[in-house]
Design a protein around this ligand. Structure first.
Ligand code: LMR
Length: 394
């Protein structure tokens, strides 16, 4: 039977991780996968996570199953973190998932169940795994214009024009903040405009928020999600704790489904539980428990927020350094967009050939769509990257 298998396409981000590992050059620079790294290239366990792990080790008396939706305190804490008080708790169904990717997958299965004919509208470009999961689940896919390759900012006119073609029953997938891969984000006024379009078309929003706290701050990064959730009758939200809590391998995420009323919420909650049961039964608990401990303990939360803020400001500093260095080398402002972008990524808007050239000539590893992970840089590698960009003729 196994001879019936065919080779699957490699995920370009994961393939790049492998190529980087295999490169023997000592001065290679990894700007690929979206994992935070400090100035020495390490991905540290956050202080509050370490403390919570110690406390958990002392206090935990059982590893028996949680609920199908995970521990209720995790859902409550994450709803509070992402949504604040923007939506009544009685309208929100939620289930813990293996990472934010798990939440995206469960959401797509839920959509397929509710409307097998739904078209999912995704930004062009978007995270490659969005496309892959949507196709795998068998839903229709359409792209809306998003990134203007000349200005390296959002092409909001193109985006609105395309989204106006969505139909009732379609789903519009938006990035809550820190757009992956571009780093270009819509403004508060543009979020309001997107909400009007959603209301006119009858399409349902789904928001993937994987980098809350990496852009303009924890509250600021959730502002768009909260606006949508408070104004739309129904919203799906996939949230990840991988990056902002640094618990990548613990697979910690959550799917929230906001429906119009309590009766619909009850039905949705049952459906989320059922979907978890079919796909993996109980969701992973360790990371989720650490997250809920941190979010509900004043001291742990303060320490986590302080460290997250250091991470965020560090990335902003690297953005400014890189933009300044490119300004110095090119005698122009054309790379200022790097300082304007937010989050872990910037798409510099060049061809796969030039990305390949930077890899071959200078050992710079960025994704072929020219996305670079800002957190992969440090004081020493900023000038190396800037020079490689200029030498390659970007
Ligand atoms: C990324 O975009 O690099 C991250 O979200 C990691 C991944 O799984 O692709």
């Amino acid at each position: 039977m196994f001879e019936n298998l065919t080779a699957q396409p490699a995920d370009k981000i994961l393939a790049l991780m492998q190529a980087y590992r295999e490169d023997p050059r000592a001065d290679k620079v990894d700007l690929g996968v979206g994992v935070y790294k400090d100035a020495s290239g390490n991905t540290p366990v956050m202080r509050a996570i370490k403390t919570a792990e110690q406390q958990l080790w002392e206090a935990q008396t059982t590893k028996a199953y949680t609920g199908l939706a995970g521990a209720p305190e995790f859902a409550d804490a994450m709803i509070d973190l992402v949504l604040g008080t923007s939506v009544e708790r009685g309208r929100i169904a939620a289930a813990a998932t293996p990472g934010g990717t798990g939440a995206v997958r469960q959401a797509m299965e839920l959509i397929k169940w509710m409307n097998p004919e739904a078209t999912i509208w995704v930004s062009n470009p978007t995270w490659p795994n969005h496309l892959s999961i949507i196709k795998y689940v068998g839903l229709n896919l359409r792209e809306y214009r998003y990134f203007d390759k000349d200005t390296r900012a959002v092409d909001f006119d193109g985006m609105s024009e395309d989204l106006k073609q969505a139909k009732p029953g379609d789903v519009v997938l938006l990035h809550g903040c820190c757009h992956n891969p571009t780093g270009a984000n819509i403004t508060t006024a543009e979020w309001a405009e997107v909400i009007s379009i959603l209301q006119e078309t009858g399409a349902t929003p789904m928001i993937d928020i994987a980098y809350q706290g990496f852009g303009d701050g924890l509250e600021e990064d959730a502002a768009g999600v909260r606006m949508v959730a408070s104004e739309m009758p129904e919203t799906l939200i996939a949230a990840s704790c991988s990056k902002n809590f640094g618990v990548y391998r613990e697979r910690t995420g959550i799917l929230m489904a906001i429906s119009a009323n309590a009766a619909a919420t009850k039905l949705t909650q049952g459906s989320l539980n059922y979907l978890n049961r079919q796909n993996f039964s109980f969701p992973p608990d360790h990371g989720a428990r650490l997250v809920s401990m941190i979010l509900t303990d004043d001291a742990l939360r303060a320490d986590w927020q302080a460290e997250l803020e250091e991470v965020r400001l560090g990335m902003l500093g690297l953005r400014t350094q890189l933009a300044d260095e490119l300004k110095r080398l090119t005698n122009s402002d054309r790379f200022n967009f790097i300082a304007e972008h937010r989050g872990m990524f910037s798409q510099i808007g060049t061809t796969p050939e030039l990305v390949e050239k930077m890899r071959a000539d200078s050992g710079i590893y960025m994704v072929s769509d020219s996305r670079l992970n800002i957190a992969g840089l440090n004081d020493k590698t900023v000038p190396v990257l800037a020079k490689a960009i200029v030498d390659a003729g970007v």
